[in-house]
Design a protein. Structure first.
Length: 151
C-alpha cells in the first residue's frame, strides 16, 4: 500500500449518500443510496486526486479497466438500455466516476439523473440483492465487504 492510499479518506458526502460494496485494486466501489436507478460510483483510493490527470499513467489505465469491467457487468446484471458514465466533481471535488444504469422509461429518461426526482433510499433487502448479484459476477475483480459490514 503506498502513501497516497494510506492517506485516502472518502469524502463525507459520498460516505453519507452511498453504501460501500468493496474495493477494486484501485477504486472503492460505492452504491448510491437511490433506488430510482442502479447507480454506482468508483473512487480511486488516492489522496488529493480531483481529476483523472492527477493519477499516474498506471492508475489512469487501471481506472479505465475497472470502469469498463464495472460497466459491462452492470449492463449485464441489470439488462441496461444505456450506461451513463461521468466524472463531474462540481459538488464533491474528490475524484469519483458515476456509473448509472439507464432504462428507457426510468424517472429521468432521457435527461440526466441529477435532480430529476427525489432520491428513494434502498431497503436492506434491495441492498443485499444487489450486493449478491455483483459479488457473483465480479468476485475475482472486487474485494467485497462482508454483508454484515455494509454501512
Amino acid at each position: 500500500m503506498d502513501e497516497l492510499e494510506l492517506e485516502f479518506e472518502l469524502d463525507s458526502r459520498l460516505n453519507n449518500d452511498c453504501i460501500t460494496l468493496g474495493d477494486f485494486p484501485l477504486c472503492r466501489l460505492l452504491l448510491m443510496n437511490d433506488a430510482n436507478y442502479p447507480w454506482f460510483i468508483l473512487v480511486p483510493r488516492r489522496a488529493e486526486a480531483s481529476e483523472i490527470y492527477h493519477l499516474s499513467s498506471a492508475d489512469q489505465a487501471q481506472l479505465l479497466h475497472e470502469s469498463s469491467c464495472l460497466s459491462e457487468n452492470l449492463h449485464d446484471v441489470f439488462d441496461a438500455d444505456k450506461m451513463n458514465i461521468a466524472a463531474l466533481g462540481n459538488v464533491v471535488k474528490q475524484l469519483h466516476v458515476h456509473h448509472v444504469v439507464r432504462f428507457e422509461g426510468d424517472p429521468a429518461w432521457p435527461a440526466p439523473v441529477w435532480g430529476a426526482v427525489a432520491a428513494k433510499p434502498y431497503t436492506e433487502l434491495q441492498i443485499q440483492e444487489i450486493h449478491q448479484k455483483l459479488q457473483m459476477m465480479m468476485s475475482e475483480e472486487v474485494n467485497f465487504v462482508a454483508w454484515g459490514l455494509i454501512s
